[in-house]
Design a protein. Structure first.
Length: 338
């Protein structure tokens, strides 16, 4: 199975280097998380359900990231990916995942994935960072900057710092050490570098993952303990690489609810008032459809509406659930491999 899926990947994603493909299938791929459709003995459509922990408010919940979704050119427009996504969502539910997340490869795919219950949860952003800094030529800083050495101790320390900073977001994908090793290996294959900023006591206060290309620096991720440290990192990068532009590219993230009950339980203690929610429209995971009563910090599934007031009653289509759950939240989905 592995070799057939790898061959399909190379066919469908010809811009990916052989080194990246080998890295992905050595470290990220497994038959257990692979969903595939086989025709005449060969894999013609496939995707991977990569497990991740997600920080959601004060909890950490299990989610799956859709990676490598592709179909052989000779079998496209036959509904295979639709079938595969439905099967993957059912498998996620059986595996105890609460949500599915993905990063569409292009803007045109946003509409496609929305047909399967996905909603844009984090907008793609291009932010010019250099303009945030002044007096770059007179830059002085008490921070010490060092390039990340790929030793296990230092990597674990950096990974812990990254996850601590990601945990300051209300919603974010976290990265265990073994996953961070894969992320960094991919970055290095792309010619990227990692710089760490430490204070006078040697304590980490910032990490930046970047790629220096064509006279500008593209920041893949920049995490720091405060705005002052962030500005110092940007100024250092500008001076070190001698560039006039430092840009931060944030990908577009999409999410689909896999287990409505578990997700509503997560927010039941965080919202005030009483709600009677009728979730409907999930033709793939029918267990999600039904009435949910949220009150007093708890959530329970109801058989019928009973005598609840219309003022607390709402109908929510499964496609609208991520927007309802992420109200006033800004999910942070980054450092994901394709």
């Amino acid at each position: 199975m592995r070799e057939q899926v790898k061959d399909l990947w190379k066919l469908c994603f010809p811009d990916d280097s052989d080194d990246f493909v080998e890295l992905y299938f050595r470290t990220r791929y497994s038959d257990e998380i692979n969903s595939a459709i086989i025709e005449s003995g060969r894999v013609v459509s496939a995707l991977q359900r990569v497990p991740y922990p997600m920080r959601f408010m004060e909890s950490v919940i299990p989610v799956a990231y859709i990676s490598g979704a592709c179909t052989h050119p000779d079998f496209r427009s036959a509904g295979l990916m639709s079938r595969l996504l439905d099967e993957a969502h059912l498998k996620m539910y059986a595996d105890g995942k609460y949500m599915s997340v993905l990063i569409p490869a292009n803007e045109g795919l946003i509409g496609y994935y929305s047909r399967f219950g996905y909603v844009v949860s984090s907008q793609q952003k291009e932010k010019l960072l250099t303009g945030m800094c002044e007096n770059v030529d007179n830059f002085k800083c008490d921070l010490a900057f060092s390039e990340l050495r790929r030793s296990n101790y230092e990597l674990e320390e950096v990974c812990n710092f990254i996850n601590q900073q990601l945990s300051t977001y209300t919603v974010s994908i976290l990265h265990p050490v073994d996953d961070m090793e894969i992320v960094l290996s991919d970055l290095y294959l792309s010619g990227g570098e990692v710089w760490c900023a430490s204070d006078a006591d040697g304590k980490l206060c910032g990490v930046v993952l970047l790629i220096n290309s064509d006279g500008s620096v593209i920041v893949k991720e920049l995490l720091s303990v405060d705005k002052q440290s962030e500005a110092a990192i940007i100024r250092f990068v500008s001076l070190h690489y001698g560039v006039s532009r430092v840009e931060h590219l944030s990908p577009c993230g999409m999410a689909r609810v896999i287990n409505a009950y578990e997700m509503l339980k997560q927010i039941s203690g965080k919202i005030e008032g009483e709600y009677l929610l009728e979730v409907y429209g999930d033709n793939v995971i029918p267990e999600n459809n039904g009435l949910y009563h949220i009150s007093g910090g708890s959530c329970r599934k109801m058989v019928q509406k009973n005598n609840f007031s219309d003022s607390v009653y709402q109908k929510i289509h499964i496609c609208d659930m991520p927007s309802w759950l992420f109200r006033n939240l800004e999910p942070h989905i980054s450092l994901m491999l394709d």
